[in-house]
Design a protein around this ligand. Structure first.
Ligand code: ADP
Length: 500
């Protein structure tokens, strides 16, 4: 019998469903992608259609195999990675969703969260789940569906419904409703999972009024959950790896040792540090979370996010139309020797960790008559890097560890100026890997380890190759001066918006 030579990674993201085929060397053979529609029924609400999530994801899965001129028989196993926290509830009998998927960005439950904080639940919730109370996480979204969609609470209590994050939903659909599972990394983003006991937490379920019967079984991140039952692949393929997108990227970057950190520079920037066996409780508004579980061994992580990263470049392009395309930002920024004293705090939607200030707004400071579009563009890129610096320092503070290097990925790492500047201000090496599809790669690795496609992580480590490494060249004096000005600018941007 022919041995299957490839792994299929399914990357169900916020804006698209993607499928990537990897070979044994961890190289990409083929890729396929379909966008998904964003629904905004009210200001602050964001929804996806679960059926669309399923049909785009299943069709790109079939398409990528055909594109590579292969069949399902060539696929050893499937790994799934997904947008996290997004909440779906469906009928156990019919598999019909009872409501659209409520997307992580959706703010409709902000008031429930405010009330929880006012009632003093923040410490207990952070202690158990590692999370700060926020509408992002699934718990209040589940509660909202149970409280607002007719008949749903009653059906949930009778055990007729299933809740799942996107990974659970996809496994359910791929197995024709036989298997209702999630992995620990996704469970740890629901705000219902105790990351110490590794179980759904009864006290939290009671607090949110969520019947345990609707929850999926929590599994490790690398094991055979089931084989597919769909006719999509002409054969049954094991599904053997699941992780939330940021955790999958950490694994794909092979940040397998405590202290290793990856940062993704996309629309926002997401930094995740492996903290090993230890749950690090942050004093700086970072989240403690589960990175993955392999066998019986659980690895934890610390996470911080910048809301506006590459989005600041989008704003230069589409908002004030200073540039024609994102890559032009690099040539424009390097057309001037320095920022000319201009600092841009890209707090366009408030500031994330470590400031956590929803009232902060974007500010461009230090403008003179000599300021040009090039200075503002340079200040924008620098502003992205300064925000990442602030998170890194918070992580180093919380973990009492110094980062030796930063592994990076995401669309904006194509910008060499940004990467060099990041290295300069963090005084650490910034390493861009050859394979930038780290999220999909992480899911493939987790799946392949479970089926013996790869022997162990040692074998994987050999596959990781840098595309380019940036080392600090700026003097300490220069950097200190810039950091001083940046933090001064941040103070001006904070608490800007006033409560109505
Ligand atoms: P997401 O997954 O969040 O959609 P991507 O990883 O695809 O994001 O990255 C896209 C982001 O990267 C956009 O916000 C874009 O402005 C930014 N970007 C892309 N190329 C560059 C570049 N050369 N310089 C700076 N930013 C860039």
């Amino acid at each position: 019998m022919k041995t299957a030579k490839y792994i299929l990674a399914l990357d169900q993201g916020t804006t698209s469903s993607r499928a990537v085929l990897f070979n044994h060397d961890g190289n990409i053979l083929a890729m396929s992608q379909k966008p998904i529609e964003q629904h905004f029924p009210h200001p602050g609400w964001v929804e996806h259609d679960p059926s669309e999530i399923w049909y785009t994801q299943s069709s790109v899965a079939a398409e990528v195999i055909a594109k590579a001129d292969l069949t399902g028989l060539d696929v050893a196993c499937i790994g799934i990675t997904n947008q996290r926290e997004t909440t779906i509830i469906w009928d156990r009998e019919t598999s019909m969703p009872v409501y659209r998927a409520i997307v992580w960005q959706d703010r409709r439950t902000a008031d429930i969260c405010r009330e929880l904080k006012e009632n003093g639940y923040a410490d207990m919730i952070q202690e158990k789940t590692g999370l700060l109370i926020d509408a992002y996480f699934s718990a209040t979204k589940i509660k909202w569906i149970l409280d607002n969609v007719e008949g749903v609470r009653e059906r949930a209590e009778k055990g007729k419904l299933c809740f799942g994050t996107v990974d659970s939903w996809l496994v359910w659909k791929f197995t024709h409703g036989r298997v209702h599972v999630t992995d620990v990394s996704n469970a740890s983003r629901t705000m219902l999972f105790n990351i110490h006991t590794m179980q759904w937490d009864k006290e939290l379920l009671e607090l949110f009024g969520i019947p345990e019967a609707i929850l999926p079984k929590v599994k490790s991140s690398s094991e055979i959950y089931s084989e597919t039952s769909t006719t999509l692949f002409s054969t049954k393929i094991p599904i053997s790896g699941i992780a939330g997108d940021q955790q999958a990227a950490l694994f794909g970057q092979l940040c397998l040792e405590p202290g290793m950190t990856k940062t993704t520079y996309g629309t926002g920037c997401f930094m995740v540090m492996n903290t090993g066996k230890e749950v690090v409780k942050s004093e700086n508004n970072l989240l403690s979370t589960i990175a993955w579980k392999i066998g019986d061994s659980v690895t934890y992580a610390l996470e911080g996010s910048v809301f506006v990263g590459g989005a600041a470049i989008q704003w230069l392009r589409d908002g004030i139309q200073l540039i024609n395309n994102a890559s032009e930002s690099e040539s424009l920024a390097t057309s001037v020797p320095d920022n000319g004293g201009v600092y841009f705090v890209p707090a366009l939607t408030g500031m994330g960790a470590p400031y956590w200030d929803q009232y902060a707004r974007g500010a461009i400071l230090g403008i003179t008559r000599g300021t040009t579009a090039a200075h503002i563009t340079r200040a924008t890129l620098e502003g992205i890097a300064f925000q990442v610096y602030d998170i890194l320092k918070a992580m180093e503070h919380d973990t009492q560890r110094q980062s030796l290097e930063l592994r990076v990925d995401g669309g904006a790492v194509a910008n060499n100026f940004l990467m060099q500047f990041q290295s300069d201000i963090c005084r650490t090496n910034v390493i861009r890997p050859q394979i930038l599809e780290t999220t999909a790669l992480g899911a493939a690795y987790l799946a392949g380890l479970a089926t013996g496609f790869w022997r162990d992580t040692e074998e994987l480590r050999k596959q990781w190759n840098a595309n380019k490494e940036f080392s600090p060249v700026a003097t300490e004096e220069e950097v200190d001066k810039q950091l001083h000005m940046w933090h001064k600018a941040v103070e001006r941007a904070r608490n800007w918006e006033e409560l109505a």
